[in-house]
Design a protein. Structure first.
Length: 563
């Protein structure tokens, strides 16, 4: 009975343990030792352990760690009274992230405890935590820089790098620094090139055949889903990357891409930075002629050569529609012998999102109808702006501005406290002065950031009155454009939609139309609508029942040149 009573009265804590790699997780030693030390600490400090979180993720990231995010949400909800971590670098290696988590815990009255680095809540302790986190971040950058130098030097010496996953179709001999052909995957590469170049298969046909035959794509082992039973599939992006990769023609190129961090697509470096590897470093899987023929066909399917530009298959909203379910772009394609827009998630490794196809004739007619009605009746926007002006400033912006002011006052107060502490304390060795200088620099940067935030918020709040002042320009613009609407053909309608920044979010027969009306300068004609510096944003909503609503946003700065 006593143990049950203690578990109820003791503050509840989360133990968070982290390692950086899957190998460390499988070894288990580090996670086990972290948990054991944290449990001992919790017992000594009088905490009851409510949950133990184990996570495999780099310490440089904060927002993408799902388990830590859940722990933070539960602490914010008041479900736990402490977060116990073995060491600061097990929680994060970024000092800013450490400050964010520490502030969240402090606001909810939850303790942030480190087993190996017990720190109080004094200003000195806060500064020490910041400096330790900064030092850890600097060390991580140094390690990254050394690794990059090593990779580049290896490429300069004529060897394939030994890091990261294998290129599909090859395996590496890391000691020799060359690639070796991996026959099971090499045969698939050759099949893709030959099907595309020699047999004239479309990308969709290639994808369908590979998936129907259950052939594993390159993303196997690299892409995971919440549903463990779900498996990656071949998709258009994978086929594109294979067909465009010169490595398959035997051209070994290193230092071609630059990483942007986890879960971000790498950037292509400038071609002058590429490093060409010696002949024989990478065996060719297809002939240079086959590879070049693939590039020619890929190029012929773009821009003015694309079949989507065919006048017989005109789609007014081509490139302007996104899926209302997953946010992917929707492409124009026939559906049951009718023109339609379909979600591109159908061609992605994760499969279709379930969004419904959009009937093109009806959606196009609705969009053009709402746009022309609005341009012919600008009073719709004027009435909405008047209503917003009478309602007063946005409560959310006012709240954010007040929070920024309080944070600025707190930073200024902290600066004063540090100065007073230095004045009232003997500092013969100058140690306190060094701490004060470091903290003063940090607070100065924090104040600059807060001032910038306040200026941004105040600017947004002032836009409402600015929008009202621009109503005359709105009426002039709409009157000049309205007289040309009747004569617009397909090309002029497309230019008009692009000049207005039209974007449609759709799912079946539910549509949302967003855009902006330009107001300042430029030449007005059916071919060139406007070059603008300011615009009113607007939104129309449509449902299955045909209901339409108008939302008018703030006057926003923009720039559009549509010729």
């Amino acid at each position: 009975m006593k143990k049950l009573h203690d578990s109820i009265t003791k503050p509840m804590a989360i133990i968070y343990c982290r390692v950086s790699t899957k190998g460390q997780e499988e070894d288990g030693t580090s996670l086990d030792s972290q948990e054991a030390a944290c449990r001992t600490f919790a017992e000594q400090q009088g905490y009851s352990v409510g949950r133990v979180t184990r996570e495999v993720y780099t310490g440089a990231e904060l927002w993408d760690r799902p388990k830590l995010a859940q722990d933070r949400d539960d602490i914010k909800a008041g479900l736990f009274q402490a977060l116990i971590v073995f060491a600061i670098d097990r929680l994060t290696r970024d000092p800013i992230h450490l400050m964010i988590i520490s502030d969240e815990c402090e606001r909810k009255g939850a303790a942030l405890e480190f087993v190996t680095e017990p720190l109080d809540s004094s200003p000195e302790a806060s500064l020490i935590r910041y400096v330790k986190g900064y030092a850890a971040a600097m060390e991580r950058e140094k390690i990254r820089e050394r690794n990059l130098r090593g990779k580049r030097q290896r490429a300069i010496s004529g060897k394939v790098h030994g890091h990261g996953p294998e290129l599909y179709g090859y395996r590496r001999d890391k000691a020799a620094g060359v690639r070796l052909v991996y026959e099971p995957e090499a045969a698939i590469i050759q099949r893709i090139f030959h099907g595309y170049v020699l047999d004239g298969q479309s990308l969709k046909e290639i994808i369908r055949r590979l998936n129907d035959q259950g052939i594993s794509p390159p993303s196997v082992g690299k892409l995971t889903f919440p549903d463990a039973a779900r498996r990656p599939r071949w998709a258009k992006g994978q086929i594109h990357r294979i067909l465009k990769n010169p490595t398959y023609a035997g051209r070994g190129i290193a230092w071609r891409f630059q990483s942007q961090g986890p879960k971000k697509s790498p950037l292509v470096r400038p071609q002058e930075e590429w490093i060409t590897l010696p002949d024989g470093t990478t065996p060719a899987l297809v002939t240079p002629e086959i590879w070049q023929a693939a590039q020619d066909r890929l190029h012929s399917n773009k821009g003015e050569h694309s079949r989507n530009m065919n006048k017989a298959r005109q789609y007014l909203l081509r490139g302007l529609v996104t899926c209302g379910v997953c946010g992917c772009a929707m492409y124009s394609a026939p559906h049951r012998d009718k023109r339609a827009y379909r979600c591109s998630s159908r061609d992605k490794p994760q499969g279709a999102c379930g969004g419904r196809s959009v009937p093109a004739p009806e959606a196009e007619a609705w969009v053009w109808g709402e746009v022309t009605a609005m341009l012919r009746n600008p009073q719709m926007i004027a009435d909405e702006l008047k209503r917003r002006q009478e309602a007063g400033p946005d409560p959310m912006l006012e709240s954010d501005l007040e929070a920024a002011r309080k944070a600025l006052a707190k930073a200024e107060k902290q600066q004063g406290q540090w100065v007073a502490r230095l004045r009232d304390t003997d500092d013969d060795d100058g140690a306190l002065w060094n701490l004060v200088k470091a903290e003063a620099a940090r607070l100065d940067q924090e104040k600059r950031d807060l001032h910038a935030t306040m200026e941004d918020i105040q600017g947004r709040m002032s836009q409402q009155q600015h929008a009202v002042d621009k109503l005359d320009a709105l009426h002039v613009y709409c009157a000049r454009v309205g007289q040309n609407l009747e004569s617009f053909g397909f090309d002029e309608q497309r230019l008009a939609l692009e000049a207005l920044g039209i974007r449609v979010t759709a799912n079946g027969r539910e549509w949302q139309l967003d855009g902006s009306i330009p107001l300042e300068s430029g030449v007005l004609s059916p071919a060139i609508l406007c070059t603008v510096q300011n615009a009113y944003t607007f939104r129309f909503l449509s449902t299955k029942q045909g209901a339409v609503a108008l939302e008018v946003g703030d006057l926003v700065e923009t720039l559009k040149v549509k010729a």
